[in-house]
Design a protein around this ligand. Sequence first.
Ligand code: R5P
Length: 286
Amino acid sequence: MKVVGGSSSTSLAREIAGHLSVQPVDVAFERHKGGFPDGEGYVRLLSEVEGEPVVLVQSTHPDSKIVELFLLQDAIREAGASAVTCVIPYFGYGRQDKAFLPGEPVSARALAERIQVGCDGVLTMGIHNRDILGFFDIPARDVDGMKAVGRYLEDRGVDLVLAPDANASPHADVVAKVLGTPWEVLEKERIDSHTVRIAPIQLDVRGKVVAVVDDIISTGGTIATAASELKAQGARKVLAVCLHGIFAGSALDRLKACDEVVSTNTIPSEVSKVSVAPEFAEALRS
Ligand code: R5P
């Protein structure tokens, strides 16, 4: 087996290879220094994969990484690999899992249908809606990363885990089980891409450490709004916790009211404190 990492997941791929005790395949992402003048992408595998099953690790965010995923799939096929499993740590476009308005695409389906053309199986992590796995006609599994996040929080003295909306409830449940704490769910209404409203709810948070757990932090609006409400109600500390830290624009600034921001390395960032390599390695072994 060989492991290839796309440029969105290079170090995670190396870690997965290490856990599996297999060689990572280095990839060149430029033909000439500075890349192509027109901005098109480039990939080249720097060692052989002929006759080998290959694990290709690449999050589909931002958009340029989707094209790069297709190029890597093709390079691996061209190099004669025997099979390809795509590990997609963060499956971008998962939130457009249906046409919300007439004329819109089901973007998650569009991605799934195209990704499966270049591989034999798919692993995702904390996919926004597990129904998306049904868009694949090849074996597709979602791996749980929240237990690892829960273990990371074990020494933080968390008293309460909060899901900012119903969608985040299963994640809060997993983290709370690891920590042996109660969890609650808030009621969120999205006003626009940057603004959410959290329905007023009285929580017993005075003097407590609260971990607000979501699958994704994008603009930070959801957790920042929850955090200011919790602080107003007397919470001692608020931790902002997610699997997938997109941190669009000034999201990390918006989260300054939080005492700590914790994300995994499905999207690498300065707060990727939890590696999910062991989880993917274990899923690839089974
Ligand atoms: C929405 O359904 C997701 O689970 C997250 O709550 C959302 O993506 C967070 O976005 P933001 O950080 O922009 O509020």
